[in-house]
Design a protein around this ligand. Structure first.
Ligand code: PLP
Length: 422
C-alpha cells in the first residue's frame, strides 16, 4: 500500500507537494510585495541609481546605446586612459590566446599560471614592496585582509569616510574597532592613545578619497603611527598609477613609501580598467593571506586577459610617467578654469574634481543638462555624500584633449548660469 502512495507522490508530487507549492507561492508573493515597497522607498527618497548603457569602448568619447554619439566622458576612473590603449588590448588578446579564457579553479588548487606570478612580482616591484597577492577585485582584497591579519587582541583605527569595502572588511574581523573623524589627526591621536591596550594597532585609510578628491595626510598619520607603535594600511584605488612623481601613489606623493606597511589597490581603474585587485607589503603578510584570506582562497583566479591588461599597463607606467604628467596638466587646466568661472571645486590637485553645488536637485538637473550638451557627468547627493553637500563629480583623464576640458568648462558655465549656480 505504502508503495502505491510513494509512487503517486513521486509521479504527481502528492497533496503535500501541492501545499508546499502553494506555500512557497505565498512566500514569493510576500517577498515581491516587500521588495517592491523597498524599491518604491528608494525611488521616493530620490536615491535611485539608473545605469546608462554605453555602446562603445570605454574612453574619453563614448557612444551611448540608443543614440548619443560623441559624448565626452568625465565620469570614469580611467585616469590614464589605458582602458582602451591599443597595447593594453593587444596584451589581453595575446594572454587570452596563450593562456586561455580562464582557470576554472582557485589559485591553490589548479589556478596559478606563470602570468599570475609575473604580475604579482611586477606589482611588488612597482610599489617597492616585498611581495604581492592578486584578488578578483580590490573589494575582495579589502574584504580579505583585516580578518586574516587581526584578532580580538588587536585594534583597527579607520577613517570615517573610508570606502565601503574597507568598512565591510573591518566588519568581518574580530579586532577592536575605532573610527576617527575624517582626516582629523587630533581624533586619530586620541583613538591611538585609547588603543594602546591592544597588542597591535592598524590605521586604515583611503590614500585618496573618491567623493572629495582629497588626499589623506599620510605624513601626519605615519608620524602618529610611529609615536603610538601602529601600522599603516592605505587603499590606493584612486592613487595608483598617477599620484607622486612616478605614479606610485599617495605614499610616494607624500614621501612616506617606507612608512606605509600595507597597500591595497585595484587593477580596475588607472591600471587598464579591466578588473582585479591586490595587496602588497611584507612577504610574511602575503604568505599568510595566501593561507587565510577567504576571498583569495575561495574564488576563481583572475582571467589571463585581465592579467595581460594590468601587466601591460604597469609596463607602460614603469617605462615613462609621461601619461601621468599629461593627466596632471589636464587636471590643473580644468580646476583653474572652473575656479575662474566661479565654481567651487573640492580637493586639491586630484583628477577627481567635485563641483560643489549643495542642493541635490540642482546637482541632478545640472548633470542632465550637461548631457544634453554632450558632457557626461554624474551628480552625487545624500546618502552617497552628506546632506547639503551635493555635487557633480568630474574625473579627468590623460586622454582628454584640452578642447574636451574647455568644452566641459563652457558647458558648466552655461548650465550653471541657467540654474543660478553661478
Ligand atoms: N576601494 C576604493 C577606494 C574604491 O573606490 C573602490 C572602487 O570603487 C574599491 C576599493 C573597489 O575596487 P574594485 O573595483 O577593484 O573592487
Amino acid at each position: 500500500m505504502w508503495r502505491v502512495a510513494a509512487v503517486r507522490v513521486l509521479r504527481h508530487g502528492g497533496a503535500g507537494a501541492g501545499a508546499r507549492r502553494a506555500a512557497s507561492g505565498a512566500a514569493v508573493a510576500q517577498l515581491r510585495r516587500r521588495l517592491e515597497s523597498e524599491l518604491e522607498d528608494i525611488r521616493g527618497a530620490g536615491t535611485w541609481k539608473s545605469e546608462r548603457v554605453i555602446a562603445s569602448r570605454q574612453g574619453p568619447h563614448l557612444r551611448l546605446a540608443g543614440g548619443g554619439a560623441g559624448i565626452i566622458n568625465f565620469c570614469a576612473n580611467n585616469y590614464l586612459g589605458l582602458s582602451s590603449h591599443p597595447e593594453v588590448i593587444r596584451a589581453a588578446v595575446e594572454a587570452l590566446e596563450k593562456f586561455g579564457a580562464g582557470l576554472s579553479s582557485v589559485r591553490f588548487i589548479c589556478g596559478t599560471q606563470s602570468i599570475h606570478k609575473d604580475l604579482e612580482e611586477k606589482i611588488a616591484r612597482f610599489h617597492q614592496r616585498e611581495d604581492a597577492i592578486l584578488y578578483a577585485s580590490c573589494f575582495d582584497a579589502n574584504a580579505g585582509i583585516f580578518e586574516a591579519l587581526l584578532t580580538p587582541e588587536d585594534a583597527v583605527l579607520s577613517d570615517e569616510l573610508n570606502h565601503a569595502s574597507i568598512i565591510d572588511g573591518i566588519r568581518l574581523c574580530k579586532a577592536n574597532k575605532y573610527r576617527y573623524k575624517h582626516m582629523d589627526m587630533q581624533d586619530l591621536e586620541a583613538k591611538l592613545k585609547e588603543a594602546q591596550k591592544h597588542r597591535l594597532r592598524l590605521v586604515a585609510t583611503d590614500g585618496a578619497f573618491s567623493m572629495d578628491g582629497d588626499i589623506a595626510p599620510l605624513r601626519e598619520i605615519c608620524q602618529l603611527a610611529q609615536k603610538y607603535d601602529a601600522l599603516v594600511f592605505i587603499d590606493e584605488c584612486h592613487a595608483t598609477g598617477f599620484l607622486g612623481p612616478s605614479g606610485r601613489g599617495s605614499d610616494e606623493l607624500l614621501g612616506v613609501m617606507d612608512k606605509v606597511t600595507i597597500i591595497n589597490s585595484t587593477l580596475g581603474k588607472a591600471l587598464g580598467g579591466a578588473a582585479g585587485g591586490y595587496t602588497t607589503g611584507p612577504k610574511p603578510l602575503i604568505d599568510l593571506l595566501r593561507q587565510r584570506s577567504r576571498p583569495y582562497l575561495f574564488s576563481n583566479s583572475l582571467p589571463p586577459a585581465v592579467v595581460g591588461c594590468a601587466s601591460k599597463a604597469l609596463d607602460l607606467l614603469m617605462e615613462s610617467n609621461a601619461i601621468a604628467q599629461s593627466m596632471a596638466a589636464k587636471t590643473q587646466r580644468f580646476r583653474s578654469k572652473m575656479k575662474a568661472a566661479g565654481f567651487t571645486i573640492s580637493g586639491k590637485d586630484h583628477p577627481i574634481c567635485p563641483v560643489m553645488l549643495g542642493d541635490a536637485r540642482l546637482a541632478s538637473v545640472m548633470a542632465e543638462d550637461m548631457l544634453d550638451r554632450g558632457i557626461y557627468v554624474i551628480g552625487f547627493s545624500y546618502p552617497v555624500v552628506p546632506k547639503g553637500k551635493a555635487r557633480i563629480r568630474v574625473q579627468i583623464s590623460a586622454v582628454h584633449s584640452d578642447e574636451d576640458i574647455d568644452r566641459c568648462v563652457e558647458a558648466f558655465s552655461e548650465v550653471g548660469r541657467k540654474h543660478g549656480a553661478l
